[in-house]
Design a protein around this ligand. Sequence first.
Ligand code: ZN
Length: 160
Amino acid sequence: MAILPIVMHPDPILEKECEKVTAFDKKLKKLLANMYETMLEADGVGLAAPQVGIDLQVAVVDIGDDTGTIELINPEIVEEDGSQTDLEGCLSFPGLYGEVTRPYSIKVRTFDRKGRMIEFQAQDFLARAIQHEIDHLHGVLFTSKVEKYVTEEELEGYEA
Ligand code: ZN
């Protein structure tokens, strides 16, 4: 496995619609493994392929709870409910944080690494992390949804 360099804003790959995965092969498994390692190294809870310069609809999410690592391949949100507003950041925008409102609960349809379609539900912070990563796959950055930026000093007030 390898740590991949993270692409920073304003690299144009961060704002394009990514290609769908069509080959569920060794190359995809290697990409998932490298993205996972890169996410851990960067202390992130999610990472999308365009953030490592790869134009594919692939993302990994791990918020450090019992759910473990979620691999998203050609994912889509098929149901959403409720609303939550909380702090968000992004590995491609170091030091930038802001409040973003998103659905509280989602149902996700995705493919796993073997090419099988699966569906699952997520709520709260996990749902937020997944939505942030799925946005990346469509060139949508959290900065387009921030309602209020938060300074480093104000950050402490958000730590639960
Ligand atoms: Zn991000």
